[in-house]
Design a protein around this ligand. Sequence first.
Ligand SMILES: Nc1ncnc2c1ncn2[C@@H]1O[C@H](COP(=O)(O)OP(=O)(O)OP(=O)(O)O)[C@@H](O)[C@H]1O
Ligand SMILES: [Mg+2]
Length: 583
Amino acid sequence: MSSSSNQDTVAVYGRLWRYVMPHKLIGLIAIIGMAATALIEASLVYLLEPLMDDALVAQNLETAKWMPITFIAIFIARGVAGFATEASLGWIGRNVISSLRRDVFGKFLTLPTRFFDNRTTGPLLSRMTYNVEMVAESVTSVVTVAVRDVLTVFAAFGVMLLQSPKLTVFVVILFPIIAVLIRVLGVAFRRYSSRIQDSVGEVTQVTEEIVRGNWVVKMFGGYNYEKDRLAEVDERNRRQNLKLIRVRSLGVAVTQTIFGFGIALVIFMASRESIDGNLTPGQFISFFSAMMLMLQPVRRITNVNATLQRGVAGAESLFTIMDEPDEVDSGTFSKDDVKGDVEFRDVSFSYGADNGPVVENISLSVESGKTLAIVGHSGSGKTTLASLLPRFYDVSSGDILLDGVSIRDYTLTNLRDNISLVSQDIVLFNDSIANNLAYGELRERPQEELMRAAQVAHVLDFANEMPNGLDSKVGDRGALLSGGQRQRIAIGRALLKDAPVLILDEATSALDTKSERHIQEGLAELMKDRTTLVIAHRLSTVEKADKIIVLDAGRIIESGTHAELLAANGAYAALYRMQFSEE
Ligand SMILES: Nc1ncnc2c1ncn2[C@@H]1O[C@H](COP(=O)(O)OP(=O)(O)OP(=O)(O)O)[C@@H](O)[C@H]1O
Ligand SMILES: [Mg+2]
C-alpha cells in the first residue's frame, strides 16, 4: 500500500493541507480543544493523589468538601473541550470531504471521453464516496494524534514523574521491552490473518449478477444454480471470518497476558517503594492511572504511519484524477451564425496507439443544409466518424472544418452549441420527460418550443397517456419507458436544441415502420434547412439523402446519390437488394 516514497507523502499531505487551510480558525479551536482535553485528563489523574491521601486516608474535611466540586468542574471542562474538538474537527472533515468531492466531480465533467472509455465505473464512483471519506478521516485522525495524543502522553508522563520519579524510570525501561514483544507477536498474527482472504467480494458479485440478470435467471431456471453458487461463496466467507475471529481474539488474549506480566512487575516495584515509605497510596493510584492514560495514545502514535499512508493512498487516487488532462479546448474562435458547411479533409483516427485505425483517409464535404447519409456494416466506423465532429475524440491526422474553420479553432462550447446529436445509446436522466427534453441549457427554452419539439418527435403521443403527462418520471436511465419512447425523447431533445448541424445515429432504429414514418415527416422538416449526418441501417431513411457514403473498415468504398449508387451496382446496391427482399 505504501509504495509512495516519503517525498510523495509530504507532497500529497501538502496538497491536502490546501483543503484544510481555509478552515484554519476552526482548526485553531480544535487544537485548543485537544490541548485542553489532554491537560484536563492529566489533571484528573493527578487529583487522584489528594483525593486518596488527603480526603480518604487523612480524612481532611476541607479537601473532602472541595474534591466533588473540583471533579464536577473538571468534567464540565472536559465536556466543553471534547465538544469543541469533535465539532470543529467534524466541521473541517465534512468541509474537506465536500470540496474534494466537488473538485473530483467537476473534473469528471471536463475529462475527455477517452478517459471514461478505458475505465470501469465502480472504482470511479467509489472515489466520490469511499475515498473522500477515508482521506478526511485520515487527516483528522493524524491531526488528533499529533496534537491530543502527543500532549496527553507528555502530560501523563509529567504526572508520573511528579508522583514517583523512581517508578517512572522503571516504567520507561520496562515498557519498550513489552511494546517490542507485543509488536513482534502482533506482526506474526497480522501476517497470518492477512492470509485469510476476505471473500465478501464474491458474495457481492454473485448477488449483483442475479439482481441485474434476474430476467435470465427466471427464463433459464437458474434458481438452484444461483442458490448453490451463493451457498458456496457464503460458506467460504463464513469459515474464513470465523478463522479470522479466532486468530484475532487469540492475539488479544496473548497480548493481554504479556501486558499483565508488565503490570505485575510495576505493582511489585510499587509495593517495595511503599514499604520503603517512598510511595503513598494516593501517589500510587495517581501514578498508575497516568500510566494507563498513556496506553491508548501511545498505541495510536505508533500506528500513525499506517493511518497516514491510508490517507495518502486515498488522496493520491483523488489527485491523480484531478491531474488528468482535461479535454483540449485551446480554440478561441466562436461564431453565432454558423451556416453548417462540414468538411472532412483526409481524416484518420484510431482509438489508441495499440489499435489500428478505425477511420482512414476520409475526405468528404457536406454543404450547409444538405444531408449526408453514412451506411455500412456494423463496426465499419460510422459512429466513430460522426463522434469526431463534436470532438468527443480528436482526429489522429487530417482535419475537420465547420464553415471553413478547423473545429480545433472553435471553443468546445461554441462548437458543441452548433451541433445536435441523437446518439446510438440513448442517455436519459432519472427525471421527468420534460426535463429530459429540456436538458441543460435547453432548460431556458420557452414552453411553446418544448411542446413543439415534443409534438414533432411524437413524445406527446405517449406522454399524454401517462398520469403525469410530460412531468412523468422516466426512471433510472429511462427504465420505465420503451426503447422507442426513449428514442423519441432523444429526438425531441435534439429538435429543441435547434442547432445548424444535426447528427442522427440510428435515431429511429427502435421504432416500428409506422412510428418511424411519422417521425420522418417531422425530421424531414427539421433537416430541410440544416446540415445533417444520418447513420442508418434501414435504407429507406437514407434514400432521400443528398449524398450517401458507404463505409467499410473505416474507408469510403462508395459514394453518390441513391440513384447513382444503385446504377453503379456495387456494395450499396447489394445492401439495398438484401433489405428490399427482407421487406
Ligand atoms: N471507445 C472505443 N474504444 C476502442 N474501440 C472502439 C471504441 N468504440 C468503438 N470501437 C471500435 O471501433 C470500431 C468501429 O465502431 P463504431 O461504433 O464506429 O461502428 P459502427 O459502424 O457505428 O457500428 P454499428 O453499426 O454497430 O453501430 C469497432 O471495431 C469497435 O470495436
Ligand atoms: Mg454505431
